[in-house]
Design a protein around this ligand. Structure first.
Ligand SMILES: Cc1cc2nc3c(=O)[nH]c(=O)nc-3n(C[C@H](O)[C@H](O)[C@H](O)COP(=O)(O)OP(=O)(O)OC[C@H]3O[C@@H](n4cnc5c(N)ncnc54)[C@H](O)[C@@H]3O)c2cc1C
Length: 521
C-alpha cells in the first residue's frame, strides 16, 4: 500500500519474482518536488538487478561526470571557511554500481515504467486505502476511488504499508513509533536563481552546499542543485508557526548566500525535524517499509536509500514464503534485520550528528576566538567524510545469518573485500571477464572459488531436495576472488553473505534451512 518510490520498488522486486500483487496509491501524478536526490552505490545495485540502472542514469538532469558530492561552509556561502566533503566515492569500489543524483520524481518515473511491464503487478493508482483488517490467514484493505464513488475490498496473504511518514497502515496495525522530536519546523523551497549559480563559481563544482550557522543549533541550511544552471532546492530551520505568507524566504536565502541575490520561488513547503522509528516493522500479516517505518530529516540522504533497502530485504522473503521454500522465521527476520539498522542510522548518523554540530558551533566561534576556531575548523575538515566510511550495515545478529556467535546487527562497520557473513558482498571479477554481480542469481547463489567439487555437490543436492533455488558459480581462487578469503560463499538474493567457509559444513541441509528461515539457531 502506497505507491511512492518504496512501494513501487517493492512491487518491481515482487513482480520480477512472479508474485501477484497490487499497488494502491492515491496520487496519479508524480509530485514535482526535487527531494530524494542522493542515491548511493548500493541503491544503484537494486536498479541494476531490477534491470533499470541505465534507464535511471538516462534521467539524470545534471551533466554526466559533474561532481555530485557536497561542501560545507561556515556562516554563509561567502565565507572564507569551507571544505568539500568526500562522499560516497570513498566506498565506491566496494559496490558494483556508481552513485547517482536526480530528483525523486524522475526515479519514481523510471520505477513506475518498470512496474508497468510486469504482468503480475496490478496498478491501483487513484485509489485511497481507508481501513485494514487481518486474521490468521489473510489481510484485507478497503479502498476508495479518488472521487469517492467506488469502494472495493482487496484480500491478500500480506499487506506492506509503504504509505509514508503518516502511514495509515502503521497506525491501524497498532505499531507505535519512538525517536527524537527536535520540535523544529523546516522549510523546503524550490527556486531559480542565476545569481546564486554565479556566486557558487567561487567553489569547486559541487552538487550540494551546506551552511553551518552559529545561531542554528546544528540544523543545516542546505542548498542543492537541481541542474547546473539556475534551479535549486533549499531546506533550513524556520521559526514555529511560519507559513508561506508570513515569512521572508528570499531574505533567508540571501542571508545563506551572504549576498542580496535575486531568486524566483516555484514551491514552498514545510516538514518537521524528527527522527522516528517504528517499534516493529511487522504486526501479523501486516508489514511496513520506507518512511512508514522510519522518518527523519534528509541529512545524509538516508531516507529513500534505506527505504529501497527495506524493499529489497522484504521482496525475496515474501516471494520465498509464498513459493513455499521460505520458512516461518523468514518474514519476521525482515524486522529483525532492518529495524536495528535504521534505529542506529537515525540515532548515530542523523540525530547525534545534529547534536554534535550544535556542540561544535557553541564551542568554536569565529568572532570569539579566531585562532582557536581556525584550528578546530581545520580538524573538522580533516575528518570530513568519516560517516561515509563507517556506515556499513550488516545483519550479523540476524537469526538467518550463519556466522560466528555473538554477532550484532548494526549500521556501523568497515568496508572490506573479504566476504563476511551478514555483510554486503563486494564485487570481484570472474575469469570470464564478467563481474561476480553479473552472475549472481535472483535467489541464492553459491560462489565456489577453487573449492573441491565434493564440497559443492552437497549444496546442490540439499537445495534441490528442499526446492530452494540455488545457482552455483564456479571459478578459481585467484584473479581478485581470493580477496573474499573463503572458497565457498553463500550469497542471499539481496547480495548479503549468508554463510562462508573453505569447506562445506557437515550438515548442509541444516545450514540451508537456517538461512531460509526454516529452523531457528
Ligand atoms: C527535502 C528532502 C530531501 C530528501 N533527500 C533525500 C536524499 O537525498 N536521499 C534519500 O535517500 N532520501 C531523501 N529524502 C527522503 C525521501 O524523499 C523519502 O525517504 C522517500 O520519499 C520515502 O519514500 P516512501 O515511498 O517510503 O514514502 P513516500 O514517498 O512518502 O510515499 C508514500 C506514498 O503513499 C501514498 N499514500 C499514503 N497514504 C495513502 C493511502 N491511505 N492510500 C493510498 N496511498 C497512500 C502517498 O500518496 C505516497 O505516494 C528527502 C526528503 C526531503 C523532504
Amino acid at each position: 500500500m502506497g505507491g511512492g518510490p518504496v512501494g513501487v520498488g517493492l512491487a518491481v522486486d515482487l513482480g520480477l519474482r512472479g508474485v501477484s500483487c497490487a499497488v494502491v496509491e492515491r496520487r496519479t501524478e508524480l509530485q514535482n518536488i526535487p527531494k530524494g536526490q542522493n542515491l548511493t552505490p548500493r541503491t544503484l545495485e537494486h536498479f541494476y538487478f531490477w534491470g533499470i540502472a541505465d534507464e535511471l542514469r538516462a534521467e539524470r538532469i545534471m551533466p554526466k561526470g559533474y561532481p555530485i558530492a557536497g561542501m560545507v561552509a561556515y556562516g554563509s556561502l561567502m565565507s572564507d571557511y569551507w571544505y568539500v566533503v568526500p562522499q560516497r566515492e570513498l566506498v565506491r569500489k566496494f559496490y558494483f554500481e556508481d552513485v547517482e543524483r536526480l530528483p525523486q520524481y524522475l526515479t519514481e518515473k523510471v520505477l513506475r515504467a518498470r512496474m508497468a511491464q510486469l504482468p503480475s503487478v496490478t496498478n491501483l493508482f487513484g485509489w485511497t486505502a481507508e481501513t485494514i483488517a487481518q486474521n490468521a490467514s489473510s489481510v484485507s484493505v478497503t479502498i476508495a476511488s479518488s472521487d469517492g464513488a467506488q469502494r472495493e475490498v482487496l484480500e491478500a496473504d500480506y499487506l506492506v504499508g509503504c504509505d509514508g511518514a503518516h502511514s495509515l497502515v502503521r497506525g491501524q496495525a497498532g505499531i507505535e513509533r519512538g525517536g527524537t522530536d527536535f520540535d523544529q519546523p523546516m522549510v523546503l523551497a524550490v527556486f531559480r536563481s542565476r545569481e546564486l549559480h554565479e556566486l557558487l563559481k567561487r567553489f569547486p563544482e559541487r552538487g550540494t552546499f551546506n551552511v553551518l550557522h552559529p545561531d542554528l543549533k546544528g540544523y543545516w541550511q542546505f542548498t542543492g542543485r537541481v541542474d547546473v544552471g539556475e534551479s535549486f532546492f533549499f531546506h533550513a530551520p524556520v521559526p514555529p508557526n511560519t507559513t508561506k505568507d508570513n515569512y521572508d524566504f528570499l531574505g533567508l536565502i540571501q542571508r545563506v548566500a551572504g549576498r542580496p541575490i535575486k531568486a524566483e520561488f516555484d514551491y514552498v513547503g514545510f516538514w518537521d525535524l524528527r527522527v522516528a522509528v517504528a517499534e516493529t516493522y511487522q504486526a501479523g500479516r501486516v508489514l511496513i517499509a520506507g518512511d512508514a517505518a522510519h522518518s527523519h530529516p534528509p541529512y545524509g540522504g538516508f531516507g529513500l536509500n534505506n527505504g529501497l533497502e527495506d524493499a529489497v530485504n522484504l521482496g525475496w522473503k515474501l516471494a520465498a514464503t509464498l513459493r513455499g521454500w521460505g520458512g516461518n522465521a523468514l518474514i519476521p527476520s525482515y524486522s529483525d534485520e532492518r529495524r536495528p539498522i535504521f534505529k542506529e542510522t537515525g540515532e548515530d548518523f542523523i540525530a547525534a550528528r545534529i547534536d554534535e554540530d550544535a556542540v561544535w558551533l557553541e564551542r568554536h566561534n569565529l568572532q570569539r576566538d579566531k585562532a582557536e576556531f581556525e584550528a578546530a575548523w581545520a580538524e573538522r575538515k580533516a575528518g570530513a567524510g568519516r560517516g561515509i566510511t563507517t556506515y556499513e550495515p550488516s545483519y550479523e545478529g540476524s537469526p538467518l545469518i550463519a556466522g560466528p556467535p555473538g554477532g550484532k546487527t548494526t549500521a556501523h562497520g568497515t568496508h572490506t573485500w573479504s566476504a563476511r557473513t551478514g555483510h554486503h558482498l563486494a564485487p570481484q571479477p570472474l575469469s570470464s571477464g564478467k563481474n561476480v554481480f553479473e552472475e549472481l542469481g535472483p535467489d541464492f547463489t553459491l560462489l565456489a572459488f577453487g573449492a573441491p567439487e565434493a564440497d559443492v555437490e552437497p549444496f546442490a543436492d540439499a537445495a534441490a531436495a528442499a526446492r530452494i533455488p540455488l545457482k552455483v558459480v564456479r571459478d578459481s581462487f585467484a584473479g581478485g576472488r581470493e580477496a573474499y578469503e573463503q572458497r565457498l560463499v553463500l550469497v542471499r538474493p539481496d547480495q548479503y553473505v549468508a554463510w562462508t567457509a573453505d569447506r562445506a559444513p557437515s550438515d548442509v541441509p541444516a545450514l540451508l534451512a537456517r538461512v531460509t528461515g526454516s529452523t531457528l539457531p
